[in-house]
Design a binder for this molecule. Structure first.
Ligand SMILES: Cc1ncc(C[n+]2csc(CCOP(=O)(O)OP(=O)(O)O)c2C)c(N)n1
Ligand SMILES: [Mg+2]
Length: 357
């Protein structure tokens, strides 16, 4: 504790000294920019020394102050940059900025590592959840009529395109299946509007992801309804060399709404049939917008169609997967029900152990 307060006061002292140094230096620089201002090596070496014996809260506090100072230093360098004309001086400023930025990057894991040491033991809770997972495994039935199962398409896209792939989805059944049947393992590979439910999100989100990560495969998993809201952005993709891949999970319906009409409204289907296996012709629409258009109608063609789409990297590609219309998202919680009234499949609730209730 004593060491900590000493450390903090040392930190405060150094900080003050540094800001005095900094003020006098910057006044000088403003009068006449010089090539001799240097990256503040000494200050940061001393600060690093101070991290060693601080607890996470103290460390976070100091790091926050330090981050503000570094940002200020970067801002000053950027101001100098605006006046600078000499090429080697500009390079010098750029180097300083990069080194300051590197410190910011280094600070983040330092804070994380400190907090990791203080994590509570959650093994018991994890085991409970793993138990539920084993007892109620995720799955789906194959359609009886030989048509393509939407879950299967999404599962295969996940497997074939690999763990680095970035996925974006629209809103509806395909969104739920994309969250369930793609085995995400890396952060920031699943882009989604979540509960906001913005139909039309997938194509523009995939476009943004591809611009940000041009070397990464980006798939939009979209519904036939959602796709009809923002597909015109594919023209932007085609014209600006943004080769995203779009899988339309075409169940010719506003499937999520239709599922509720099936389960809770005696199959009175109102305004949920889109007829989109007939109109529009998604393959031709894609081609009209400068993309490659593909279509898949049989389970045995799913893998090779995905592989064909994976092989196209010079243009956006759209695959119209014609899928079983009546597939449902499970499990679900009906409107007004509590989470422990979750339904596994139609009129079947999980059997909980009595102590779990
Ligand atoms: C702009 C907008 N309108 C309506 C809704 C309500 N809504 C949620 S899912 C859905 C159906 C989406 O249909 P589709 O894109 O074909 O996906 P599917 O459920 O068939 O996979 C609708 C209409 C919404 N979320 N956003
Ligand atoms: Mg649909």
């Amino acid at each position: 504790m004593l060491f900590r307060s000493v450390s903090q006061s040392r930190y405060e002292k150094k900080r003050k000294q540094n800001s005095i140094k900094k003020t006098s230096k910057s006044t000088k620089r403003n009068e006449s920019p010089t090539k001799n201002h240097d990256y503040d090596d000494k200050f940061f070496a001393e600060m690093e020394q101070l991290y060693q014996d601080l607890n996470a809260i103290e460390l976070t506090k100091i790091i926050k102050q330090l981050t503000e100072q570094i940002n200020e230093k970067i801002k000053k360098e950027e101001e100098l940059m605006q006046q600078a004309t000499d090429k080697s001086y500009i390079q010098h400023i750029v180097n300083n900025i990069l080194r300051y930025r590197n410190i910011l990057i280094k600070l983040n894991p330092a804070v994380k590592a400190e907090f990791a040491k203080q994590q509570p033991d959650i093994t018991a809770w994890q085991n409970e959840v793993y138990g539920w997972r084993a007892k109620f495994p995720l799955g789906y039935d194959k359609p009886d009529d030989g048509s393509v199962s939407p879950q299967f398409v999404i599962e295969r896209i996940g497997k074939i395109s690999g763990l680095d792939t970035i996925f974006a989805a629209g809103v509806g059944q395909h969104q739920m299946w994309a969250s369930q049947f793609i085995g995400y393992e890396k952060p920031r590979t699943w882009l989604n509007s979540g509960g906001l439910g913005t139909m039309g999100y997938a194509v523009p989100a995939a476009m943004g992801a591809k611009v940000g990560a041009p070397d990464t495969t980006v798939w939009a998993i979209d519904g036939d309804g959602c796709f009809q809201m923002t597909n015109q952005e594919l023209v932007t993709c085609a014209l600006n060399n943004i080769p995203i891949k779009v899988a339309i999970i075409n169940n010719e319906s506003l499937g999520m709404v239709r599922q509720w009409q099936t389960l809770f409204y005696n199959q009175r289907y109102s305004n949920t049939s889109l007829e989109s296996k007939r109109v529009p012709d998604f393959k031709m629409l894609a081609e009209a917008m400068g993309c490659v258009g593909l279509r898949c109608e049989r389970p045995e063609d799913v893998d090779k169609t995905i592989e064909a789409a994976m092989a196209i990297n010079d243009r956006p590609v759209v695959v119209d997967f014609s899928v079983y219309r009546d597939a449902m998202v499970w499990p679900m919680v009906a409107a007004g029900k509590s989470n422990d009234e979750i339904t596994l499949v139609k009129s079947m609730a999980p059997v909980w152990d009595s102590q779990e209730l």
